[in-house]
Write a protein that binds this ligand. Sequence first.
Ligand code: NAG
Ligand code: NAG
Ligand code: NAG
Ligand code: NAG
Length: 451
Amino acid sequence: MSWGRKSVLLCVLLVYITSLLEGAEKRDECAELNNTTWLRQQRVRLQVQYLLLTRRNADCAQAFNQEALTQQPSYFNASLPTKVIVHGYRALGSKPSWVKELAQALLQVQDVNVVAVDWVYGASFAYNLAVENYKEVALQISVLINQLQKHGCQLESFHFIGVSLGAHVAGFVGTLFEGKIGRITGLDPAGPMFKGADTYDRLDPSDARFVEAIHTDSDYFGISIPVGHVDFFLNGGKDQTGCARSRFPSMYGYVICDHMRALHVYVSALNGSCPLVGIPCSSYDDFLKGNCLHCDVFKGTCPTIGLSDNSGITVSSIPKEQKLFLLTTSSPPFCAHHILLQLEVSPLDRSAELQVTLRRQNLRTEQSLRLQTSTAVYTTVLAHPAALCETDSIELRNTGVRFYRQGDVHVKSVCLLEFPSVRREQPLCVNNINIRRVAPWFHDFVQVCGV
Ligand SMILES: *[C@@H]1O[C@H](CO)[C@@H](O)[C@H](O)[C@H]1NC(C)=O
Ligand SMILES: *[C@@H]1O[C@H](CO)[C@@H](O)[C@H](O)[C@H]1NC(C)=O
Ligand SMILES: *[C@@H]1O[C@H](CO)[C@@H](O)[C@H](O)[C@H]1NC(C)=O
Ligand SMILES: *[C@@H]1O[C@H](CO)[C@@H](O)[C@H](O)[C@H]1NC(C)=O
């Protein structure tokens, strides 16, 4: 599209939004993200509009644009940092329902301007058409940012939070400002058509001073490669706990459950009831094998999901594309304690199956282990809702019995270690246990936290 036509469209948009704003003032109504039905009627190709939420109007969004800055009253305060929320592909052309929740969670933590970008029209229809539109959207946003700079906003005071395709929109805005934007958070950045893309075309660490991403569906809608300074891979980044198909009444809900988990975990992290800490590791397999128990590269302070500067990284050399792994539980607030479980058995003459259960009052974590004749030591990581020091008991059950004749299993040792741990505690071990075919084995822990 030529610049001429573009500016005509822009003018149409501005006039329209201005009238909207005036209308809103007159009728004292709150602005809302719109749906495509309405915009299609306007016969425009791609229109981006903005909503503003601040602590003074957290419940009632104000339509926002550069004109709104000079026309009083606007809730925008150029001395405060600005969070920009960018949604992603809208398969059904519906407006994203989570924008207000995310905005309000942000406003609870920080006194900021929250600008929600509404590009539902451009983000609907076929996915490849939405992808065609994303740079145009970024361009339109950059015009707004330029204006805001003229009103005294600093580039580094902008923090973009992009969901899915919105993460690459944010990345391209960052490219247009040569990486001088403060921060970009990609919530499961879109994968299809981006994984093999040049860094110019997708989110990457050069797009802002600090770029972070949370990956939850990297085998389907999300991108599987690291795209930030740090990349949090939740439960390995592919399949999320509690996203089983049976839980969802609609196919659509099931299909996007993994993908949307990044957003829900981020909102929950902002609520701040418990820390979501990522542990640097080269692969999820290594992480599950217990090969990555510390955050030594960060001088012991592990990166945390949330709003802390640089995700809480205190070392001066910020890494690039650092993979971080963590396990979560299946529902808010999602935080889990990582417990390394190591089991050593005496040689078996046939394969067997054991179930390990950790209990804390009515909370329980279960893990099944298939024991092979060729292996003596088994290691895995459990996501436990309680700290190890609060755990009441461990139970080992000989579960293979029901299906085939499985003999007694002699466990030389079962050891538990919570990580990441700064103090490098010794693992908690119980030795020399015979697990009979019929009776499960229990052990009650007598321990106190913080001793
Ligand atoms: C959304 O669409 C309705 C018409 O369907 C219109 O009245 C309303 O002003 C629109 N809202 C925004 C924020 O554009
Ligand atoms: C879009 O908005 C219009 C007007 O507000 C409404 O009539 C229509 O049902 C909405 N469509 C969807 C898919 O939400
Ligand atoms: C804008 O924010 C600054 C910094 O917090 C504050 O001092 C000032 O009062 C705010 N302005 C308005 C109009 O609220
Ligand atoms: C975050 O807190 C708000 C208000 O305190 C609540 O409405 C919302 O459900 C919480 N979200 C999550 C994911 O915990």
